[in-house]
Every structure is written in structure tokens, then in C-alpha cells.
Design a protein around this ligand. Structure first.
Ligand SMILES: Nc1ncnc2c1ncn2[C@@H]1O[C@H](COP(=O)(O)OP(=O)(O)OP(=O)(O)O)[C@@H](O)[C@H]1O
Ligand SMILES: [Mg+2]
Length: 296
């Protein structure tokens, strides 16, 4: 097994090497250019009801790397905390329209709410605290679980990939995200309690698949905040692979202060620190996602 002098598995990138998850590193070719006849966006929800596991960081940086791969990407902030909006420098409190207005069908047009980020090709549908009211207001709606699906339907031809950054809950907003999605990515922090709650999350995904959205599938589980120098992190990642097998992405995202710094800077790591290993890891993730979702 390829290990550095500190006992850490090296970030293997050749086909003969072992990757951080302990499996042989796969062949991840440079993504093909986008298909100009592309019809509809692939919608992916980044979901985990556990807080602070890297959902928002992964949505922003995976989105930016998909743009680098030539895709037109919309990021949907679906968390009343509005962290995705803040993380890309959008002040969603001073904006007149947000995803909440679109959900409530108040006559707001998507183009009034969508903002272009500083990364060309990366758009944002922002959120703010108003969204917390939607959770309550939608309860009395007919087909309440399909509200976000209706909001995204007219936007699908304008993008290749739509990423939804979910809130840390399994409430009605997250059910809406899972109902609107073609696939789910589960970011999982590489620490002891990481696996707690994943069974419940997968059970929820299965229920949405069976009752509301038969096309929904689990695209992958992403190890985040990984520190290969600690035995503990390596053991957790090994257990995750034991439990979930090949659904776990080969790419893991390492712990680095660069990510909190990008939030302060309000930009993705691909522009904040383009040559950093963090940027490189999200580029590899983008390749894996495109390999697993050929329609994107
Ligand atoms: N790989 C990483 N290394 C170091 N810090 C990270 C990493 N990924 C994310 N962080 C930091 O950890 C914190 C939580 O990350 P993030 O906001 O992406 O998680 P989240 O799952 O979206 O949280 P929430 O559940 O509150 O929405 C942030 O301060 C972020 O900058
Ligand atoms: Mg978040």
C-alpha cells in the first residue's frame, strides 16, 4: 500500500497506485467537452442531515470544477442559513428575490432571483432566512414535495448540472430537494460519529425513490475533512468503504484551512488557490461525478 513517511496513504493519481480509500486509484480521464445537443440538466442534491460535514463547501467547489470541465452550472442554496450564497459573496439579504419567492409562486421569475457568481458559467439561486418559513408554509400545499421540482423545470435547459446544497435536516425542504434530484451525493466527515445517521439518510433516500421520485439514485459518498496522518481518520474511511463499498468516491477531500479561507474570500478554491491540493481534489471529484453521471 502506498504510504508516505508519515504513514499517510499518498494521494495516488496513477492507475497502479492505491488511493486514500484503500482501493486502487481508477482511471479518471479528462472529461469530454459538454455535448452541444445536451437537453436537460442533471440535478444532484448534496445531502446529509448532520451539520458541518462539507455540504456547502463541496457544492461550491464541485460546481466550480464542473464549470472548468465546460459545464454550465446552477447552484441552488436550499438552506435558510444561506451559507452557499455567503460563500460565493452574494448578499442574499439585500436581494429582492431568492429561492423562497420562487417556491411560494409569488410571480417572481427565476431570472430575477438567479445571480451570476464571479466564476463565469457558475450561477447561484440564493437563499436567506425567509426559506425557513417555506418549511411551514409548504405543509398545506398540494403536492408539497414537488414544489422545487416545479421551480427547477423551466431552468433545466439553460444548465448542464444543477447542484442543490441541502440544509442539515431531513425536513420538507430536503425531501423537496431529493424529489427534484436525479442523484444524491452524501458528504461524510471522516470522524467517529460520521456513520451515525447515514442509515437513516439512506432509508429516506429509498423512501423518496419508492414513493416520490423513481429516478433518484445515490451517486456517491464523499469523505471530507480527511487527515491521512491520523490513524483515526484512516480507520473511519476504511469502515466507510467496508460499509458502502464502491459507492464511496475514490476522491477524498483533505482537511485544510484553505477552505474556511475561501468562504471569507467569497470565491471557490479553483480561483482562490487554483494550484492547491484542495482544488485538485475537487477536480478529481468532478471527473468521478461526470463518469458516474454520463448525462451531465
Ligand atoms: N476539507 C475541509 N478542510 C477544512 N475545513 C473545511 C473543509 N471542508 C469544509 N470545511 C469547513 O468546515 C465548516 C463546515 O463546512 P460546510 O459549511 O461546507 O459544511 P455543511 O455540511 O454545509 O454545514 P451545514 O450543515 O451547517 O450546512 C466550514 O467552516 C468550512 O469552511
Ligand atoms: Mg451548508
Amino acid at each position: 500500500m502506498a504510504r508516505t513517511s508519515r504513514g499517510e496513504r499518498s494521494q495516488a493519481e496513477g492507475p497502479d497506485q492505491v488511493g486514500p480509500t484503500g482501493r486502487p486509484w481508477p482511471d479518471l480521464p479528462r472529461p469530454a467537452p459538454r455535448d452541444p445537443t445536451h437537453q436537460e440538466a442533471v440535478v444532484l442534491a448534496l445531502c446529509n442531515q448532520k451539520g458541518g460535514v462539507g455540504k456547502t463547501t463541496s457544492t461550491i467547489n464541485l460546481g466550480a470544477c464542473l464549470v472548468e470541465a465546460g459545464r454550465r452550472v446552477l447552484l441552488v442554496d436550499f438552506d435558510p442559513q444561506g451559507s452557499l450564497s455567503v460563500g460565493l459573496g452574494v448578499n442574499s439579504h439585500t436581494r429582492e428575490a431568492s429561492v423562497y419567492d420562487l417556491l411560494m409562486g409569488s410571480g417572481t421569475l427565476p431570472q430575477d432571483a438567479i445571480v451570476a457568481s464571479s466564476t463565469v458559467g457558475l450561477d447561484i439561486l440564493p437563499a436567506n432566512i425567509d426559506l425557513s418559513a417555506a418549511e411551514v408554509q409548504l405543509v398545506s400545499e398540494v403536492a408539497r414535495e414537488h414544489t422545487l421540482t416545479r421551480v427547477l423545470a423551466p431552468l433545466k435547459t439553460a444548465y448542464d448540472v444543477i447542484l442543490i446544497d441541502c440544509a442539515p435536516s431531513l425536513g420538507l425542504l430536503t425531501i423537496n430537494a431529493l424529489t427534484a434530484a436525479d442523484g444524491v451525493i452524501i458528504p461524510l466527515e471522516c470522524e467517529f460519529f460520521a456513520l451515525r445517521g447515514v442509515a437513516m439518510l439512506i432509508d429516506t433516500i429509498d423512501k423518496v425513490h419508492n414513493r416520490l421520485n423513481p429516478k433518484l439514485e445515490l451517486v456517491g459518498i464523499l469523505g471530507t475533512m480527511y487527515d491521512g496522518r491520523t490513524l483515526h481518520n484512516r480507520e473511519v474511511l476504511e469502515r466507510v468503504v467496508e460499509a458502502f463499498g464502491d459507492v464511496v468516491f475514490h476522491t477524498t477531500i483533505r482537511r485544510t484551512v484553505k477552505f474556511p479561507e475561501t468562504t471569507v474570500a467569497g470565491e471557490p478554491i479553483t480561483s482562490y488557490a487554483s494550484d492547491s491540493s484542495g482544488a485538485q481534489q475537487y477536480r478529481m471529484l468532478a471527473r468521478e461525478v461526470l463518469q458516474r453521471c454520463p448525462a451531465a
